[in-house]
Design a protein around this ligand. Structure first.
Ligand SMILES: [Zn+2]
Length: 223
């Protein structure tokens, strides 16, 4: 019998199987959600409006992680949110500005990565994967303004993904012009069903975010 003749072999097989089971059990998965949800209808923003300027930092190493977490520089939102964003872009165009998009829909696994690498005292700047992010639902967008005439990004009170009080949308520091631009972005977004996150002037949630599930679909699987 194998277990008598080769006890070490049996032990090795059993410990190998145990390791595989532990590996499977530890694979992170999105939280299970109960209730009624709309079907996901993620649309690529530039397919609705080619004048959005894409600046997908998470597809580059110019982000707080320091390495790319997306393999494709694309931005998606659920269709009603995407359509509302087109309206915001139109309203701003008349004033000489356009929307520069940093991020939209974000697969849940990326939210998990952000949480794991962020120190505890900075965790208010990242979503708890146990709750999921509104980005995971395709109903949150990170963005700023750019100048249509020069193509240059407009200066705000703080930088994108900066983990300091300069990121708060009601931060009173910075220059008057920076605050004016930040507040212009916010007012146009609010006029079209978005609300700003209390700790990040660049992050906006669409009004129907509760209607959509947390998703973990990679960009490569979205048409
Ligand atoms: Zn965000």
């Amino acid at each position: 019998m194998m277990n008598k003749k080769h006890p070490h072999l049996l032990r090795a097989i059993l410990s190998g199987m145990a390791a595989i089971l532990v590996f499977i059990a530890c694979q992170p998965a999105p939280p299970k959600e109960e209730g009624e949800f709309k079907d996901s209808d993620l649309v690529e923003l530039i397919k609705l409006d080619s004048t959005f300027k894409l600046d997908i930092r998470y597809a580059t190493d110019n982000n707080f992680v320091g390495r790319p977490v997306y393999t494709e520089a694309r931005a998606f939102l659920q269709r009603p949110a995407a359509e509302a964003l087109v309206e915001v872009n139109k309203a701003l165009r008349q004033m000489g500005y356009g929307l520069q998009i940093f991020d939209g829909y974000r697969p849940w696994s990326v939210t998990k990565t952000f949480w794991d690498i962020t120190p505890d005292d900075k965790k208010k700047f990242v979503a708890d994967p146990a709750q999921g992010s509104r980005h995971n639902r395709g109903c949150a967008v990170d963005l700023t303004l750019f100048d249509l005439a020069t193509g240059k990004q407009i200066e705000m009170t703080g930088a994108y993904d900066e983990m300091s009080e300069r990121s708060y949308p009601d931060y009173m520091g910075g220059t008057e012009e920076q605050r004016k631009m930040r507040d212009l972005l916010r007012s146009k977004m609010e006029a079209h069903g978005f609300s700003v996150y209390a700790y990040e002037w660049w992050h906006f949630d669409y009004q129907d975010w509760q209607s959509y599930r947390i998703e973990n679909i990679p960009f490569s699987e979205i048409d």
